[in-house]
Design a protein around this ligand. Sequence first.
Ligand code: NI
Length: 185
Amino acid sequence: MAILKIARMGHPILAGVAAPVADPTAPEIRALAEDMIETMIDANGAGLAAPQVHVPLRLVIFQAPPERSDPDMSEEERFDATAPLTILANPVIEILEPELEGGIEGCLSVPGLRGFVERPRAIRYSGTTLSGETVTRVARGFHARVVQHECDHLDGVLYPMRMRDLSKLMFESELRHYTSPTNKA
Ligand code: NI
């Protein structure tokens, strides 16, 4: 186990398209995933993609804890808004509800900044676990956001590239000035 160095915006590894993981059950993939988990926890992040630790493979980790879910959601929506710590190789996203929902995002590769990003509000995603099983889930709320954010990293996309209004890109320390009806952060 090791804490890995995180690439920051501007490093070419973050701009490339990552390659599929040929064998998600391979021991070296498990070792990489374990290091990514340790790195994410150390950096206090909710997700991490392999290119962020200089490995151009389609491997992501993320979690959507219940405390990040929206209390206004129905019980079913709240279920979809949470996810335990998940490791997925070769994830694929299908948009279920294209209506955009805005929220504040941060990224371990863009330290110190936060931005208001609009993304489809409901998705279905699937991918392969490290034991070779296929996971398929519906995701809403923060869960949908973090999965889309991490999968974007596999295609060289950072959240500022998804922003429609760069006046809503700000330093974390100024976030307290920001208010929006669609954001409760
Ligand atoms: Ni990120």
